[in-house]
Design a binder for this molecule. Structure first.
Ligand code: GLN
Length: 500
């Protein structure tokens, strides 16, 4: 077995284990985004929900999925270790998607419940393992996370496309009987999740001591009691999750409670750490706080921007006829795949030249890109025809710019979480990072609903003006956030100790 020292002293740009994690995460995201892409359509077409209910339900699912990463991270730190957590999470996701494949109509919320808990155990921990491949201060860490993020989006793009295409019959329709399309589509999600887990199982030996149980000092029998209790509790809680998710009105209350509880938990944990370590935790919490705003704007993609795409965009991209909503859904992932590794290499190059910005400045730049992107959404207003239909080219260009913002914030954020958290809190902090995404999704829904409400029953040109002017507002807020971060970077740098 390789020692931690040997793993972290790898030669070249990326450790070999990153490839294995890349593929596990790629398949997991295929499954996750594959299912996510089917949810709203399934609820409307198959479960007979109206669009508003389906959207609320969708928002609730997203919020819960990311909120449980915090719980999954917590149990990984305290009991299971990252590896067993990841394994357990993967297993639950497989069970959830098989349940959906068998009878999505009857067992819809049961399947979703398993997937929520499963993702909670899987998602934060695989990201934490990536961070553990690097020694403290290794300048290659951010590039590693950028590369890993490419896997995330590769899976998201392919899964997001294939599952819904099979479900609505635009793919494999000659092979799959019409009444089984949804079953097969959910079945795809389970098959790729099995591939994800097998990839992890086959390659986990290469992780040496990374991610083993934190309870190594306990006797085996006692350790097992804790582990099995975790497994049983995580299944026992599923009926509660089903209750909460199937009543979107509970989402508000849940979101109202989980964030403050998570924060209180960290404040409580801080008593165990030195001042130096606590300063780093505070820095991590500042990044987490800002990321909520980033995701709230960014996730307009699934809400108000998709409505904007449906009604106010041309169907031609660079002269080729396309579905504007397809572009809204996939352009960002495609740009991440094309540019993530490149951005990672730029950080490495800047590091060599000693001009690499620190994390706070990268975050600030991320917000500036976001601001420019939203300003371009606003600017679409000036390219519209009399019916309020505007340029898809310009709209896509905005996503191109926003993608660079995401690459300055999302992989860098995961990376810095692993650098700032004490060993014993690694997965919990990573879970908290994703909990911010839960809030981002949640606020995105509220924000999007507000915009959509004002634009309701308006003519095309009036709706265009309402959407675009709202995006101008968001651009301004993103700009302010970016400026605050860059101005505060000397202060945050002090909190971060030696961490760049
Ligand atoms: N798209 C990324 C992923 O799926 C980031 C998600 C998030 O943090 N909101 O991992």
């Amino acid at each position: 077995m390789e020692t931690l020292e040997q793993i972290q002293n790898f030669k070249g740009k990326y450790p070999k284990q990153l490839w294995y994690l890349f593929f596990s995460e790629m398949w997991e995201r295929f499954s996750f985004y594959g299912m996510r892409g089917m949810l709203v359509i399934f609820m409307v077409n198959q479960l007979g929900l109206n669009k508003v209910e389906a959207n609320l339900q969708y928002g609730a699912t997203q919020a819960f999925v990311y909120a449980f990463t915090f719980v999954g991270g917590l149990f990984a730190d305290k009991i299971l270790g990252y590896r067993k957590s990841l394994f357990w999470g993967g297993l639950l996701m497989i069970v959830g998607s098989i349940i959906l494949a068998i009878d999505p109509k009857q067992f819809f919320f049961l399947g979703i419940g398993f997937n929520i808990i499963g993702t909670g155990f899987f998602k934060p921990n695989i990201s934490t393992i990536v961070g553990s491949l690097y020694k403290e201060g290794d300048p290659r860490t951010d590039a590693g996370f950028s590369f890993f993020y490419m896997g995330v989006n590769l899976g998201a793009l392919i899964g997001g496309y294939i599952c819904i295409a099979v479900a609505n019959g635009s793919m494999l329709s000659s092979l799959v009987p019409e009444n089984l399309r949804w079953n097969v589509a959910f079945g795809f999600a389970s098959v790729v999740m099995i591939i994800s887990l097998l990839t992890f199982i086959r390659t986990q030996k290469s992780l040496g001591p990374i991610g083993l149980s934190p309870l190594l000092n306990l006797k085996d029998t006692k350790k097992r009691v804790f582990e099995y209790a975790t497994y049983i509790a995580s299944i026992a809680v599923i009926p509660l999750i089903i209750l909460l998710v199937s009543n979107p009105k509970y989402t508000d209350r849940f979101m109202f409670i989980i964030g403050p509880c998570a924060l209180a938990y960290f404040l409580f944990e801080m008593r165990n750490f030195s001042l130096q370590e606590n300063k780093k935790i505070i820095a991590a919490l500042i990044f987490i706080f800002f990321s909520i705003f980033f995701w709230a704007f960014f996730e307009q993609s699934g809400g108000s921007l998709s409505l904007f795409a449906e009604h106010n965009l041309e169907t031609k991209l660079l002269g080729v006829t396309v579905d504007p909503n397809g572009i809204n859904n996939s352009a960002n992932s495609a740009f991440v795949i094309l540019f993530a590794a490149l951005v990672g290499l730029v950080w490495l190059w800047m590091n060599k030249k000693k001009i690499e910005p620190n994390t706070t400045v990268k975050f600030g730049i991320g917000f500036l890109f976001l601001a420019v992107g939203f300003y371009i959404f606003y600017y679409c207003k000036f390219f519209a025809n009399a019916n309020g239909v505007t340029s898809l080219n310009l709209f896509t260009f905005a996503w191109f710019i926003i993608t660079f913002g995401e690459l300055c914030l999302s992989p860098i954020g995961m990376s810095v979480m692993t650098k700032l958290s004490p060993q014993k809190l690694q997965a919990g902090i990573m879970g908290m990072w994703f909990l911010a995404s839960a809030y981002g999704q949640y606020f995105a829904g509220l924000l999007g609903a507000d915009i959509a409400k004002i634009a309701e029953n308006k003519t095309g040109i009036e709706a265009l003006a309402i959407y675009c002017d709202s995006y101008k507002q968001l651009a301004l807020y993103a700009l302010i956030a970016g400026v605050i971060l860059i101005a505060a970077s000397p202060f945050i740098k002090k909190l971060m100790g030696g961490v760049k």
